[in-house]
Design a binder for this molecule. Structure first.
Ligand code: NAD
Length: 200
């Protein structure tokens, strides 16, 4: 029997990298997972990969970042599985640039996905947990020491999630991964980042 048999989870950023690995790990341990991502092709591939899992993966194609999107995703999980036990906020975007080069679009995109998306999903999950639940927010070591724009969104993501679940059976935690070889880190290694770092 899998460790997550009978549990339901919602994972954002499920089409790629750590979110994909998290989704498959949950499903292989028996969980029912709502896999949320903006990347429809990646979700379709994930669904195929999860076909043999002892749990199940239901895909939910959406862009997180707004209150409506967060609450709609949690509602979809509750409707599909009858409840929610785990929320994993893994979706994130990285636009590394020297402070003087940061554009308003990049700033707004990173705060929308990395901070607002995380917050509204936490709010919706706290309302959906029935007697307890677990929230894990994937932040970054960049929240402690990284380049300015990324640090600005990774720091609140690591420490700013709602804490009203404490005392109601809700456990919350953060992960602060170092740079890893997945698509996010590939983008992170683009020329802009290196040029910016050398200008300091
Ligand atoms: N890879 C690293 O080295 C590293 C290091 C530190 C922190 N992180 C953080 O870990 C998390 C996962 O990193 P990764 O490398 O697996 O990333 P990744 O780029 O491989 O995956 C991120 C996923 O989020 C999805 N996404 C982006 N915007 C979205 C939106 N608005 N709505 C729904 N889905 C959206 C993307 O489509 C993608 O599938 C991110 O939050 C990242 O910032 C990664």
């Amino acid at each position: 029997m899998g460790r997550f048999e009978g549990k339901s989870a919602l994972v954002t950023g499920a089409a790629s990298g750590m979110g994909r690995a998290t989704t498959l790990a949950f499903a292989n341990e028996g969980a029912n997972v709502l896999a949320v991502d903006i990347d429809a092709d990646g979700l379709a591939t994930l669904a195929t990969e999860a076909a043999e899992a002892s749990g199940s993966v239901v895909t939910h194609h959406a862009a997180i970042g707004t209150c409506d999107a967060g609450h709609a995703a949690v509602a979809a999980a509750v409707e599909a599985f009858g409840g929610l036990d785990v929320l994993a906020n893994v979706a994130g975007v990285v636009r590394s640039a020297h402070t003087v080069d940061v554009t308003e679009d990049d700033w707004n995109l990173m705060f929308s996905v990395n901070v607002s998306g995380m917050f509204w999903l936490c709010q919706a999950a706290l309302g959906a947990f029935d007697g307890g639940g677990v929230i894990v927010n994937v932040a970054s070591n960049a929240g402690l020491m990284g380049p300015g724009l990324f640090r600005a969104t990774a720091h609140p993501r690591g420490g700013g999630q709602p804490d009203q679940g404490a005392g109601h059976g809700v456990r919350q935690g953060q992960q602060h991964p170092h740079q890893r070889a997945c698509s996010g880190s590939d983008r992170n290694a683009d020329d802009r980042h290196h040029r910016a770092a050398h200008r300091l």
